[in-house]
Write a protein that binds this ligand. Structure first.
Ligand SMILES: Cc1cc2nc3c(=O)[nH]c(=O)nc-3n(C[C@H](O)[C@H](O)[C@H](O)COP(=O)(O)O)c2cc1C
Length: 305
C-alpha cells in the first residue's frame, strides 16, 4: 500500500506524525538505540513546544488518568529558545524523518523571535505555532480569536518560507472560523485538536487533583470531538489538516483521513506503547486495503461530506 503523501510541501513516507509533547524522542533513543532509527515510529517528528524563556512547567500533580484518556497540566516545561537551539535541536535535526518545531509565545514579537531563530537552523522542515496562550497585549487567547490568529499569521508569514502550521485549540465554539483566519493570514496548514479543557477532583484532599487546578483531556475520550472538529475545519479550508485526538490504531487513523485530514498524529497512545506510531502506520495500511482503497491518496480524495 502506497502511504506516501505531501504535507505542506514536505514529502513524507507515510501520514503518521506524533502530537507535540507526547514522545520524548531523545529518551527513546537512549532506551532503544539505533533500533529506533531503523523503524522510526513517525514519518515526521514534531518537537515539544518551545518558548523564548525557559519554563519549569506547572506544579505537581500533572497527570490524572480519566476514563478512556488522561488529563495533563504539564505546562510546557522547556529549556527556552537558546537552550533548545544549543541542546536538543542539534540532535533532533539528525532524526531520520523531517522535523517540525513547535513554538509558543505571548506576543507577535516573541513569536517572531522564535520563528526566525528556528527557521535559521538547517534541517528544520516546518514550524508549528501553538496559539493556546493569552496575548500579553490584549489578554485574549490568540487561538480562540480569528482576528488575533489572522494578525499573528500576517506578522509571521513574511519571516520564513518554511511551512507554518497553526495548532488549533478545541476550546472554542467554531474552530473552523479560526482555521479560516489562519489560512487567510498565510498559514500553510492547521493541526487539531489540542487537549480539551478538563479538571479532576482529589476527593481525599477536597481540592483539585492537578497542581494547576485544571488541565487538558486527551486520548480516546476526545476522539469523537476531534473528528467533528476535523471534519468542520477540513470542509472550511483549502490548506492541509493534521488530524489528531485519541488515535490508537489504523481504524481510528482512517476515521480522521475520511473526515478530511491529510495526515494524522498520535499522542497519548505513545505513552502506553512507544511503538504506537508504527502500529498505526501498519494498521492504516491494512484498513485501507480492507476498504478497497489502492493508496492513501485515494482515501484522501474520498473525504466524507
Ligand atoms: C502529556 C502531554 C503533553 C503535551 N504537550 C504538548 C505540547 O508541548 N504542545 C502542543 O501543541 N500540544 C501538546 N499536547 C497535545 C497533543 O499534542 C495532542 O494535541 C493531544 O494530546 C490530542 O491527541 P491525543 O489524544 O492523541 O493525545 C500534549 C499532550 C499531552 C497528553
Amino acid at each position: 500500500m502506497d502511504l506516501r503523501t505531501d504535507f505542506c510541501g514536505i514529502e513524507l513516507e507515510g501520514p503518521v506524525l506524533n502530537g507535540s509533547g507526547t514522545f520524548d524522542v531523545l529518551a527513546a533513543r537512549r532506551a532503544f538505540g539505533p533500533a529506533l532509527d531503523r523503524d522510526f515510529p513517525f514519518s515526521a517528528f514534531v518537537s515539544k513546544t518551545i518558548t523564548v524563556a525557559p519554563r519549569a512547567g506547572n506544579p505537581p500533580h500533572r497527570l490524572w488518568e480519566a476514563p478512556s484518556g488522561m488529563i495533563n497540566s504539564i505546562g510546557l516545561p522547556n529549556p527556552g529558545l537558546d537552550g533548545f537551539v544549543e541542546g536538543d535541536l542539534l540532535e533532533l535535526v539528525k532524526l531520520p524523518v523531517p522535523l517540525i518545531v513547535s513554538v509558543m509565545a505571548d506576543s507577535a514579537e516573541q513569536f517572531a523571535i522564535l520563528v526566525e531563530s528556528v527557521a535559521a537552523v538547517s534541517g528544520v522542515a516546518g514550524i508549528e505555532l501553538n496559539v493556546s496562550c493569552p496575548n500579553v497585549h490584549s489578554g485574549l487567547i490568540v487561538g480562540e480569536q480569528p482576528s488575533e490568529t489572522e494578525a499573528l499569521m500576517k506578522a509571521l508569514r513574511p519571516l520564513t518560507s518554511l511551512p507554518l502550521i497553526v495548532k488549533l485549540t478545541p476550546n472554542v465554539a467554531g474552530p473552523e472560523s479560526v482555521a479560516k483566519a489562519a489560512e487567510s493570514g498565510g498559514a500553510d496548514g492547521v493541526s487539531l485538536i489540542n487537549t480539551v479543557k478538563a479538571a479532576a477532583i482529589d476527593p481525599n484532599q477536597v481540592r483539585p487533583w492537578l497542581g494547576a487546578g485544571a488541565g487538558g483531556l486527551s486520548g480516546p475520550a476526545v476522539r469523537p470531538i476531534a473528528l467533528a472538529q476535523v471534519r468542520a475545519v477540513a470542509a472550511a479550508v483549502d490548506i492541509p489538516v493534521v488530524g489528531m485526538g485519541g488515535i490508537v490504531d489504523g481504524e481510528s487513523a482512517l476515521d480522521f483521513i475520511l473526515a478530511g485530514a491529510q495526515v494524522v498524529a498520535v499522542g497519548t497512545e505513545s505513552f502506553r506503547d512507544p511503538a504506537a506510531g508504527n502500529a498505526v502506520h501498519r494498521g492504516l495500511s491494512a484498513a485501507l486495503e480492507q476498504r478497497g482503497f489502492a493508496s492513501l491518496a485515494e482515501a484522501q480524495a474520498s473525504t466524507l461530506t
